[in-house]
Design a protein around this ligand. Structure first.
Ligand code: S3P
Length: 437
């Protein structure tokens, strides 16, 4: 763990390509593992979390090869190709790995245990175990947390309403549904990211999606044929782009272009909020990559106004609240975030940690049970702060450091590599100054 000292920045300029989307990279490995044949994933994200998925699949007998730092090759062994793991499968700090694997393993003919590092062992797992039990799964959690013990069963179809608006829970149910004896239907009141549905569709799985009266109904018909392997290029991660967009909006006289960013509508609630705040961001060259919409984003320094965020919009920008909070410290007026208590069960309690660290920097921010309120603009002052080992808080504090007077020292930015390896190099290429010890 090496602290990073960040200096106030006068200008950011340039064009960058980002590493691949984290959610899509995870899914490409997991679905590639149960396809019949070889899946090749380019612009794969070699982040801590996605490498945890690769490691877990190897423990399950799947050959995953990383020939270079941006390519993954998965030698899929078909729907019934997993081997019983010899030891507990380590999901490290990755919630996506643990929750999606729980769905897949619920239907395998062996017992397996999923575990991970302390940060992951503090995150709720009943949200995934409970609906899977309704499909016939045998899953034991430790009072709601991992380690999780899964005894594979023959699963049945079910019609389930999602209690928590979570793409991880939805995906676990869909993955289990592949093995069920009849269709699995899911009802979503707030649409969550739909990368699993898109990828399963491209692999030949019959998924029917309807929308009526604000409810999304997703039905998966269990396939009677092998899943097709994929050859995909993963779009740049919008959640990583969010830090660059924010930095360029705040640093004076900045102009930055981010190439090939995923703009899946279920992911870009933050972009809608930035427009409401008055951000100057242009979307150019919209196209399709790996069954997902992508575009180049061009952003310039902008004067920002406060916003109110609540309801379904929260779900479409669930990972962007730490960086939204930094932007709000520089926006005119009172920014209000409500309906976001889900933030309390992310890598850290992101309501508590964001409020604590931004207060240290001089922000006027107050915690609420389901969000926070921020009064801006306020002049931030550089001071030692902590990322609490949370990748998105670490990168948000770095961006805050670019606008704070003096020097901001962040105790641990290595954790940024959980989702955005190369973050510091990208920021440096745009003109940010920092020193790492
Ligand atoms: C993810 C879903 C979200 C998000 C996480 C990745 C996914 O979590 O916060 O970073 O890949 O499905 P929830 O589904 O728990 O909201």
């Amino acid at each position: 763990m090496s602290p990073v000292r960040v200096f106030q920045c006068s200008r950011l300029e340039g064009t960058v390509y980002l590493p691949g989307d984290k959610s899509i990279s995870h899914r490409a490995l997991l679905l590639g593992a149960i396809a019949q044949g070889t899946t090749t994933v380019s612009n794969f994200l070699p982040s801590g979390d996605c490498l945890a998925t690769a490691g877990a699949l190897r423990d399950l007998g799947i050959e995953v090869v990383l020939p270079d730092s941006h390519t993954a090759i998965v030698h899929g062994r078909g729907l019934r190709g997993f081997r019983c793991p010899e030891k507990p499968v380590n999901c490290v700090r990755s919630g996506t790995t643990m929750r999606l694997l729980t769905g897949l393993l619920a239907a395998q003919p062996f017992e397996s245990t999923l575990t991970g590092e302390e940060q992951l062992l503090r995150r709720p797992m009943e949200r995934v175990a409970s609906p899977l039990r309704q499909m016939g799964a045998h899953i034991c959690t430790m009072n709601g947390y991992a380690p999780i013990i899964i005894t594979g069963q023959n699963l049945r179809g079910a019609c389930l309403a999602l209690d928590v608006p979570s793409a991880q829970v939805k995906s676990a149910i869909l993955l289990a549904g592949i093995y069920a004896d009849s269709p699995a239907t899911l009802l979503e009141a707030a649409p969550t990211r739909d990368h699993t549905e898109r990828m399963l569709g491209a692999m030949g799985v019959n998924i029917d999606i309807r929308e009526s009266k604000g409810i999304r109904e997703i039905t998966l018909i269990p396939p009677t044929h092998p899943l097709l392997p994929l050859e995909i290029k993963v779009p740049g991660d919008f959640s990583s782009a969010a830090f660059i967009l924010a930095a360029a909006l705040l640093a004076p006289q900045s102009r930055v272009r981010i190439k090939d960013v995923g703009i899946n509508p279920t992911r870009i609630g933050f972009l809608d909020v930035l427009y409401q705040m008055g951000a100057d961001i242009r979307i150019a060259g919209e196209r399709i990559m790996a069954n997902e919409p992508v575009a180049d984003l061009e952003v310039q320094t902008s004067e920002l106004e406060a916003v109110e965020i609540k309801g379904d919009l929260v779900v479409r920008m669930i990972d962007e609240f730490p960086i939204l909070a930094v932007l709000a410290t520089q926006a005119r007026g009172r920014t209000i975030v409500r309906d976001a208590s889900e933030l309390r069960v992310k890598e850290t309690d992101r309501i508590a940690t964001v409020v604590k660290e931004l207060k240290r920097l001089g922000a006027r921010i107050e915690e609420r049970p389901d969000g926070f309120e921020i009064w801006g603009p306020s002049q931030l002052r550089g001071i030692p702060v902590s990322s609490h080992g949370d990748h998105r808080l670490a990168m948000s504090l770095f961006v805050a450091g670019l606008v704070a007077q003096g020097e901001t020292v962040i105790d641990d930015l290595d954790c940024a590599a959980d989702s955005f390896p190369g973050f510091l190099t990208v920021m440096q290429s745009l003109g940010a100054h920092y020193v790492q010890y």
